[in-house]
Design a binder for this molecule. Structure first.
Ligand code: 5GP
Length: 208
């Protein structure tokens, strides 16, 4: 089978619990690498530069766009967010499945450039739960929470474009479901074209 890693795009409404899911997935399995995005938003309390994000100025971000250093980028509630190319391609070459935790515009750009990528949309069991989680996090003002809830309603329009949706009821079962989705994607015939050609060649040689 192909030995290079895959791109896994995980989106979901702000507050859907993606962060916790990702942490748990990385803890349980060692075939994943989490891409660290660049952003122009300010760090939240407890976030560190180079760990949650690379926190950069708008000028620096624009330079990254111009030098083609990003796989994709988007604006989200007044800030830029983007995926640096280098880390992602190095990790994939090393056989890691690289997770991009990004919003919908970026996700669709990734699918356009890398059709073999798997797009997963994580959502809370219902909208009330989403609001409760956003408020409970206590890191944003009510104004920002409302802007993020409006954005969630917008993003909900594009959910059908994802390959899978994942309801985040319980972290432990959700992590296993996500791992299974990714493993299944590895086995798709269209993701194993090199391996299939190889087998075809071998079969031809056996006959002659
Ligand atoms: P937050 O400010 O809550 O950390 O992130 C806001 C939104 O930006 C989330 O939906 C998150 O998934 C998304 N995001 C984070 N990094 C990137 C990125 O590199 N590209 C894109 N397109 N979205 C990102």
């Amino acid at each position: 089978m192909n030995d290079h890693g895959m791109l896994i795009v995980v989106s979901g409404f702000s507050g859907a619990g993606k962060g916790t899911l990702m942490k748990e997935l990385l803890k349980r399995y060692d075939n994943y690498a989490l891409s660290i995005s660049a952003t122009t938003r300010k760090p939240r309390e407890g976030e560190a530069d180079g760990r949650e994000y690379f926190f950069v100025t708008e000028e620096h971000f624009k330079e990254m766009i111009e030098t083609d250093a990003l796989i994709e980028y988007a604006r989200y509630v007044n800030h830029y967010y983007g995926t640096p190319k280098e880390y992602v391609s190095n990790q994939m070459k090393m056989g890691k499945d690289v997770i991009l935790e990004i919003e919908i515009q970026g996700a669709l750009k990734v699918k356009e450039h890398f059709p073999e990528a798997i797009l997963i949309f994580v959502m809370p069991p219902n909208a009330e739960e989403l609001k409760r989680r956003l408020i409970g996090r206590g890191t944003e003002s009510m104004e920002v929470i409302n802007a993020r809830l409006s954005r969630a309603a917008e993003e909900a329009e594009g959910m059908e474009k994802y390959d899978y949706i994942l309801i985040n009821n319980q972290v432990c079962t959700c992590v296993e479901e996500m791992h299974t989705m990714i493993q299944v994607q590895h086995n798709r015939a269209s993701n194993n074209t090199e391996f299939l050609s190889h087998i075809r060649e071998e079969l031809k040689n056996i006959k002659s």
